[in-house]
Design a protein around this ligand. Sequence first.
Ligand code: SAH
Length: 214
Amino acid sequence: MIDTYRHKGLRKQLVEELRAKGIKDETVLNAILSVPRHFFLDAVFTEQAYSNMPFQIGAGQTISHPYTVAFQTELLQLKKGDRVLEIGTGSGFQTAILCEVGAKVFSIERQRELFLKANRIVPKLGYNAKIKYGDGYKGWPSFGPFDKIIVTCGAPFIPEDLVAQLKPGGIMVIPIGAGKEQEMLLIKKDQDGSFAQSKLGFFSFVPMLKETSK
Ligand code: SAH
């Protein structure tokens, strides 16, 4: 796969589109400019890879809209070296964006086929995220606690294990809702262990499912 000047030009346009939609964090916009999204998609989608659209990535799942990726990443207020747990690796694009902004990323995917693909492409691009095949509801306690947690599938409720693995002072971004639409929640865990929640609009994610597939 090659990353051409044309692809780079298309990424520049995408960044301007995201800026116009309200994304302000320059480190997030720079990450979108740097990560070749077309590498994470089937070759048939290469031409459209930089439009603000979701695409099928296999196993009935979709890569998130670039706007959603940028929006969730911005909410995490990442600092270099932050330990970030991602639930729903999917294509690995969001994983790469988190690495690009300097986070130490731990990502879980429940579809074996997608886990295998992402676990190839992410290191191939030079990012050293730790990716595992497993159930995101349980989090990844042996690598926790985490400064930040990002869930990229629609959760029917806030999983207790994830809350427990968030550091005091930590932030979790999670779309909540069992139907077609989910409400984006920003959860802040205070130093004393109490929580503050803000609601940040409606999005449409694939559902967060129980257990792993075969
Ligand atoms: N960030 C990804 C989003 C992919 S869609 C991207 O942009 O490509 C969400 C992903 O969450 C899907 O790949 C789906 O298989 C995964 N998922 C659903 N339920 C899960 C669970 N319980 N644990 C881990 N991953 C899960």
